[in-house]
Design a protein around this ligand. Structure first.
Ligand SMILES: [Zn+2]
Length: 329
């Protein structure tokens, strides 16, 4: 089982130059695109070294799927010519952080079924800091034993002498971009992007129950859920409805599980109406965004939604997001 990934300087540059081409501060945020590509390198023991990143087409939304596998022989040939093999794939999550979405998990399962050691790299240039390279690596579990946890994160090392923010500035400059990422992103647009992939904003690193202090283990989470409707709702037009889940207690809630069913008054367009969040630490809030279309004008009902969660002792609880009547014009 692969434990760590080394990304060489060249592959790091190849990935980010490609990522930035389709998601940068000069491009309107709504037009940002995810990109996807293949990784070529070597496997030694439990370490994958990535020596080359080969771009593929960019997605036409932020939702990217690896659909063209007919290209594998050509990539394999290219790898062989530099005495390497296919070691997986990469894709970008421009501005929404490091995790594998449901689609990503399926893609990575397929990759690992083709190549045992395949890894998935996720790149987000907007998260780069002096201690954050902007790339995280993952493998999925292929057996049933790890139910509840579908993938694990790998240690990652970028082989570069330069500082990550300096490299990022250099990549941007090379494409004639002078603005920084922080100039470009608005909250509303981020919500819209989240809705398209049906994702949760990046969360805190997951703790294990036994890593908690005894006082934290006995502390209770206090979960609350509510609808947030900030858009003007128009009949038969796309809108975004959000559910905010907050933990205002002192304990941790595990496997927070939300099954959103929008009822008869709306059609649901989010990819993942069913979301599982690893854990919700104290004083954290997660906002889930769903893309809906009201079927008619007038008063419409968003039905109550149940949020399930577990405590450190594995006992299950639930809370209710109360139903909400909204007006569509
Ligand atoms: Zn993804």
């Amino acid at each position: 089982m692969i434990q760590s990934v080394i990304v060489n300087d060249e592959a790091y540059q190849q990935m980010f130059k490609y990522v930035i081409e389709f998601a940068n501060p000069e491009r309107p945020y709504r037009q940002w695109r995810e990109v996807i590509g293949w990784l070529v390198g070597k496997v030694e023991g439990e370490t994958v070294t990535v020596i080359k990143a080969i771009p593929m087409t960019s997605g036409n939304s932020i939702f990217v799927e690896m659909s063209d596998y007919t290209i594998i022989p050509k990539i394999a040939e290219e790898a062989e010519s530099i005495n390497a093999v296919i070691v997986g794939w990469f894709h970008s999550h421009p501005s929404f952080g490091f995790f594998l979405s449901g689609v990503d998990i399926r893609t990575q399962r397929y990759q690992q079924s083709l190549f045992d050691n395949a890894i998935a790299l996720v790149c987000d240039p907007t998260k780069i800091t002096s201690i954050e390279s902007g790339i995280h690596g993952y493998q999925v579990y292929m057996d049933e034993e790890h139910r509840g946890r579908e993938y694990r994160e790998l240690d990652i090392l970028i082989e570069t002498e330069a500082m990550y923010p300096d490299l990022l500035s250099k990549f941007l400059e090379e494409q004639g971009i002078t603005r920084s990422f922080s100039d470009a992103i608005s909250h509303e647009e981020l919500s819209a992007l989240y809705a398209l992939e049906g994702i949760t904003p990046p969360q805190l690193a997951a703790l294990k129950a036994k890593q908690l202090l005894p006082s934290e283990q006995s502390a209770r989470p206090v979960l609350e859920g509510e609808y947030i409707v900030s858009d003007l709702i128009k009949a038969k037009e796309d809108c975004y409805i959000q559910i905010r889940i907050s933990n205002t207690g002192k304990g941790v809630a595990w496997s927070v599980d939300l099954n959103f069913n929008p009822g008869l008054d709306f059609k649901l367009f989010s990819m993942y109406p069913h979301r599982i969040i690893d854990q919700l630490n104290y004083e954290t809030t997660i906002i889930e965004t769903f893309k809906l279309k009201p079927v008619r004008k007038g008063e419409l009902l968003l039905p109550r939604t149940i949020i399930n969660y577990k405590l450190a002792n594995e006992k299950r609880y639930y809370i209710v997001v109360p139903a909400l009547t909204i007006l569509a014009i």
